[in-house]
Design a binder for this molecule. Structure first.
Ligand code: NDP
Ligand SMILES: O=C(O)C1=N[C@H](C(=O)O)C[C@H](O)C1
Length: 250
């Protein structure tokens, strides 16, 4: 069997370095290019990469993706910062390059994917929902991509169930203590030495509260999801948002 040729962008970063190790250790995958800040993207095409894995920075990921899609290279994307507008832009590129697959996953941790799915399923039963995400202090963006996506999913589920605005009497919050609001859901971001990636979804109703929590203690927790994405992305043309679509969750 010929090995699948895999490149990594952001290869020297915290996640990229872990991905390089995971690809090298995986059966049937060959690491053919490691690209980081200052390197030319032409290294991807020159190396004959079939799939690129991107863990870079919200400010550069769109250029990397445009290069990959227009060069017929499938992409597995972990970089955060994917607003609905950005996803639509990538969809435009894949529409123009049929056959190319792009997986954009806000979180590759299987448990984190389940946390998001459980939260969406539970949301309709609770009057209140808030999200607390907790990360290492080197993270550049807030709130996290996972928290944003969770908020979107919870908001969709609330709207589908006909739930209105949440109870909140706050009228005086000069310092933003109530957090960011994503699709109507309050999101609170903690940055703390010692943490990796953690999230709690708090769902409250009269006399009860459901807490759904996930913890990534090590970046190895993301690797089974990344490797699954690498193996499957070439057989799923177009844009897929979320690893849940590659998992048999029903
Ligand atoms: N979906 C998921 O499961 C996960 C997603 N993430 C996300 O992945 C992203 C990366 O996180 P993390 O690894 O911690 O960040 P790091 O800062 O450790 O890594 C990013 C790497 O990308 C490099 N880089 C910057 N610009 C370019 C460029 N134009 N081309 C190639 N490489 C470039 C950086 O170089 P330099 O330092 O010199 O700028 C750095 O080496 C973040 O958006 C994070 O939120 C993280 C964990 C899990
Ligand atoms: O920067 C990180 O570390 C992480 N980023 C992703 C996000 O923004 O959701 C995924 C995970 O939370 C780790």
């Amino acid at each position: 069997m010929t090995a699948l040729r895999v490149a990594v962008t952001g290869a020297k970063g915290r996640m990229g370095a872990e991905v390089c190790r995971a690809v090298e250790a995986a059966d049937g995958l060959e690491l053919v290019a490691q690209v980081d800040q200052g390197d030319s993207l032409d290294a991807l095409a020159d190396a004959g990469a079939q799939v690129v894995v991107d863990f870079t920075h919200p400010g550069v990921v769109m250029d990397n993706l445009e290069y990959a899609v227009t060069h017929g290279i499938h992409a597995v994307v972990g970089t955060s910062g994917f607003s609905p507008d950005r996803v639509d832009t990538v969809r435009g590129w894949t529409d123009a390059n049929p056959g190319v697959g792009v997986l954009i996953a806000p979180n590759f941790g299987i448990g984190a994917v389940l946390m998001m799915q459980f939260a969406a399923k539970a949301a309709r039963y609770y009057e209140s929902a808030e999200i607390v995400e907790l990360h290492h202090p080197n993270k550049v963006d807030a709130p996290s991509g996972t928290a944003r996506r969770t908020a979107e999913l919870v908001a969709e589920a609330r709207a589908a169930a006909g739930l209105g605005a949440m109870p909140d009497a706050t009228t005086d919050d000069p310092d933003g203590a109530r957090g960011a609001t994503v699709d109507g859901i309050p999101v609170h971001a903690v940055r703390l030495r010692g943490l990796v990636a953690h999230q709690e979804v708090l769902l409250g109703d009269a006399g009860e509260m459901l807490t759904i929590r996930h913890d990534s203690f090590q970046r190895t927790s993301f690797m089974p999801g990344v490797i699954l994405g690498v193996r499957r992305v070439g057989s799923v043309p177009g844009v897929t948002l979320g690893l849940e679509h590659y998992l048999d969750l029903d």
